[in-house]
Design a protein. Structure first.
Length: 310
């Protein structure tokens, strides 16, 4: 009995191979057609392109804009599978008037095949914030880095030529901008002298832009000998030119500005304030300047003049 059943199965399986293969192929085609015709969804991202106002409009977009938007598409599975993001191109927003506050995205803005529809945008709309564009000249600020050669220091602050630079951008940013920086001036190893270099202008913050004609600036820095200050108080004033001359006041305070090595070796008795009488009269009175001579030093006397009587 079992053998008979097996024999019948073999006959059933082995008969009409051509018809059975054709039926199987038709089944695959029907399945493919049915499956491909099924309704499906797909998400794709496309670039967002803005048509901005002309330069003469002096309008600046200060709100952030996403570089891409995401679309939810619906259509047959076959059509969606064949669709590439490049086929959709980009999404252009015409905001050249500079007055739009909000742009709602619609399916008409995107070119899709007839069998595909746009169901949703993410984001569904673009909010726009505009400002007037203004132009203003702002000072250039230069910082110093490095250390000059031993015994030398930077004198004053670096000088920029031109001292200002023209910037352009949103009114709210330009009006609060205090300065524009240049690259730092490196004074490493420099000795006494004046040094000039062309330095690049740093990138400005936000949407402020430096005038394209001024991308670098000439910076001059002066290096001088290092000096330290030391006071000498109540020094008697010597009278030169007449015997027995006396001053009023008789003592002055002296302030010396010298290189450190000179000041370290200087003794107090070497600091002698004096005044010189050039009159040939046997007696008299005259207001004369106080002089203090110390090689390599700058001297200041308080008071700077005394009355000499002889």
């Amino acid at each position: 009995m079992a053998a008979e059943v097996i024999q019948r199965v073999k006959i059933a399986v082995g008969e009409n191979w051509n018809l059975k293969l054709l039926a199987f192929a038709l089944a695959l085609v029907l399945y493919s057609l049915f499956h491909g015709a099924q309704d499906a969804q797909r998400s794709v991202s496309i670039d967002l392109v803005m048509i901005m106002p002309p330069e003469a409009a002096n309008r600046v977009l200060v709100s952030s804009i996403p570089p891409q938007v995401r679309l939810t598409l619906r259509g047959s599975r076959a059509a969606l599978d064949d669709l590439r993001a490049d086929d959709l191109g980009n999404l252009q927003l015409d905001i050249h008037s500079g007055a739009e506050k909000r742009v709602t995205l619609t399916p008409q803005m995107v070119h899709v095949p007839p069998s595909v529809t746009v169901e949703q945008f993410d984001p569904p709309a673009i909010d726009l914030v505009w400002e007037d564009q203004v132009v203003r000249d702002v000072p250039i600020q230069v910082s110093v880095v490095g250390t000059p050669a031993p015994g030398f220091v930077v004198k004053g602050v670096p000088v920029a030529d031109p001292p200002t630079v023209r910037v352009r951008g949103p009114k709210s940013e330009v009006l609060v901008l205090q300065h524009v920086r240049s690259d730092p001036f490196d004074v490493t190893g420099l000795s006494e002298g004046s040094y000039a270099r062309h330095l690049a202008i740093d990138r400005t913050p936000g949407q402020v832009n430096v005038d394209s004609a001024t991308q670098s600036v000439l910076i001059t820095t002066e290096i001088t000998r290092e000096v330290v200050e030391r006071p000498f108080v109540k020094l008697a004033v010597a009278v030169v030119g007449v015997p027995k001359g006396k001053t009023q006041p008789q003592e002055v305070d002296v302030r010396l500005l010298c290189p450190p090595e000179i000041l370290r070796a200087l003794r107090p008795e070497q600091v002698v304030p004096k005044t010189t009488v050039k009159s040939t009269a046997p007696s008299g009175s005259e207001s004369l300047p106080v002089e203090v001579a110390v090689d390599g030093c700058e001297a200041h006397s308080t008071p700077s003049t005394v009355v000499v009587r002889w």
